[in-house]
Design a protein around this ligand. Sequence first.
Ligand SMILES: NC(=O)c1ccc[n+]([C@@H]2O[C@H](COP(=O)([O-])OP(=O)(O)OC[C@H]3O[C@@H](n4cnc5c(N)ncnc54)[C@H](OP(=O)(O)O)[C@@H]3O)[C@@H](O)[C@H]2O)c1
Length: 317
Amino acid sequence: MKIVIAGGSGQVGNVLARAFHRDGHKVFVLSRQPKAAPWPTVIWDGRSLGKWTEVVENTDVIINLAGRSVNCRYGPRNRREIIDSRINSTRVIGEALRCTEHPPRVWLQASTATIYEHRFDAPNDEATGILGGSEPNAPDTWQFSIEVAKAWEQATQTFLPLPKTRLVLMRSAIIMSADRGGAFDLLLRLVRLGLGGQNGNGRQYISWIHETDFVRAIYWLIDHDSLSGTVNLAAPHPLPNRDFMRILRQAWGIPLGLPSTNWMLEIGAFLLRTETELILKSRRVVPTRLSQTGFTFQFSEWIEAAPDLCARWRERT
Ligand SMILES: NC(=O)c1ccc[n+]([C@@H]2O[C@H](COP(=O)([O-])OP(=O)(O)OC[C@H]3O[C@@H](n4cnc5c(N)ncnc54)[C@H](OP(=O)(O)O)[C@@H]3O)[C@@H](O)[C@H]2O)c1
């Protein structure tokens, strides 16, 4: 296949581009600057049509991951960039598809599992899940992330119907890869420093997906014409933060980890110029549509995924 990945130079893009390249597909990454990689990079600005649209012609699959990293403080300027970079890149991709003679048969568009409500009582799937935004007392930063996710999905859906292209909105949980700089790397660093205890009250759910299953799910989405619209990409067994951290500590071989309270996390996040939402919001998301179409996970339980990721992390050192 010929596969174009917009914003494919980041954490998730690298996981996918590496797998597609390994499997013999032709990968092109759309990026705002030249990058050294085993696959070609095509330059775009993420907000206007240009010569880059030529690469979209005769492409089998386009995947859009572009957007300013959410790993920052949500001040006014960053908020604007987080929203604009997602809406603008999505808009130009939709416009490019409209003026392409032979458009891709599949458009896989990034969204996020963060769109669902902060809840503990029941898991969120695509049919019965509750979208967030009206939780009482939720921090303004959490509301902001939900607004971004909703606006991002709406911006994509304005391009429907696309006569020749199937659109999938990927509500991904945190993708756990052993690469440096990603979410797993950060959590493991806390564990290695002896700081891998529970965060806050530890009741909040963590939804996650192993990098191997993420890649397999992407292939599954490409191959299954019945899958369009919103699809949750998350392992079927999200678990409370306190269990998640305990299993990660065990997998690394450290029995104890200092717990952190909400206020400690707020100070840490301020110093690291990030937000506590990633750690404190309860994300309880399950992959009903994937499962209903017969997808099976290699890593459906964190207790299987954590040791595997630790081993991969060691290998990649
Ligand atoms: N990581 C996860 O676990 C996860 C989970 C759910 C959803 N997501 C979503 O999936 C997408 C990819 O995540 P990621 O972790 O790979 O993010 P990332 O590492 O920050 O990569 C995002 C890419 O977007 C591009 N980008 C940044 N600012 C941009 C702008 N102003 N205009 C156009 N492009 C811009 C960058 O490419 P260039 O600098 O090369 O142009 C960058 O490589 C994100 O939109 C994220 O919100 C991620």
